[in-house]
Design a protein around this ligand. Structure first.
Ligand code: ZN
Length: 288
């Protein structure tokens, strides 16, 4: 199957009351694990690529070729979108050019007028090619590839303005943060989320920072219109823990246990497990 826009998959999710997971990729193992999990769960999936991860994988073109190759060789039949995560204006244009099927333009750190103008421009270029666009209002806390947000709560009126520009999905800060949540975290601001859901004409909403939000809060957020949930840190944590356990137990020193295909296997399996659990939690299992 070819890469698809995230727009129809998220509109279906919004209508039917579940969310599609965006799982970020860093390399071949990550990509293969997430695609394998999605196929086994019969779930739609969004592969997220930050600009930093794109650079790490030697460029957006390599990412497109690797993912497209795997869709073919792994016989993936579920809908898969390849999505730029927290893209800059230039980065979004580069990904559209390279063959991504979805991009996020994160203009949340600009004054609202500039965010609107730049988002509009990306929407115009993307629409022509049938590529979905995610916009952001109210920066999200924590740090992602050097883009640091303070975790502000978005203004529903600004959300309404950005949502009306023809974007496919909208990320709005509602107290969520990237990375791990601190002990004294206040939780998601459901009041503001509800308000944003009401002012944005049923546009699919995006929840960033999906690692460590209590399950009940995730389910509640979905009921207010969250149709896409980004998970990144959690895959990194389980991959590291599984790799650590393999090495600490000395398995890399047994026979050919040092073979990278063996060394990376526990982490790979751990990602598959987490992705499947998230798909069950988000309700996207069997929704392909
Ligand atoms: Zn994010």
């Amino acid at each position: 199957m070819k890469l698809v826009s995230a727009k129809p998959m998220l509109e279906k999710a919004r209508k039917e009351g579940y969310a599609v997971g965006q799982f970020n990729i860093n390399n071949l193992e990550w990509t293969k694990a997430i695609l394998t999990a999605a196929q086994e769960q019969q779930s739609p999936v969004i592969l997220g690529v930050s600009e930093g991860a794109g650079k790490y994988m030697t460029g957006f073109k390599t990412v497109v070729n690797m993912v497209e190759g795997m869709l073919d060789t792994l016989n993936i039949t579920v809908p898969v979108a390849l999505h730029l995560d927290h893209g800059s204006f230039e980065g979004a244009k580069q990904c559209i050019e390279a063959g991504f099927s979805s991009v996020m333009f994160d203009g949340s750190h600009y004054p609202i007028e500039e965010n609107i103008a730049k988002t509009k421009e990306i929407v115009a270029i993307a629409n022509e090619k049938g590529i979905s666009v995610e916009a952001e209002v109210g920066s999200i806390g924590g740090e992602e590839d050097g883009v640091t947000g303070t975790g502000e709560v978005a203004d529903p009126e600004e959300c309404r303005m950005i949502a009306s520009l023809g974007v496919s999905m909208l990320a709005a800060g509602i107290g969520n943060i990237h990375g791990q949540y601190p002990e004294n975290w206040q939780g998601l601001n459901m009041e503001v989320l509800k308000e944003i859901g009401e002012t944005t004409n049923n546009i699919p909403l995006v929840l960033h920072g999906g690692t460590g939000i209590p399950n009940a809060m995730v389910t509640e957020a979905i009921s207010y219109g969250v149709s896409k949930i980004n998970v990144n840190t959690e895959c990194q944590l389980v991959f590291a823990a599984a790799t650590r356990a393999y090495i600490e137990s000395g398995q890399d020193k047994v026979g050919k246990g040092f073979d990278p295909r063996k060394l990376l296997k526990p982490g790979y399996d751990a990602i598959i497990k987490v992705v499947k659990e998230k798909m069950d939690l988000f309700g996207s299992t069997e929704k392909a």
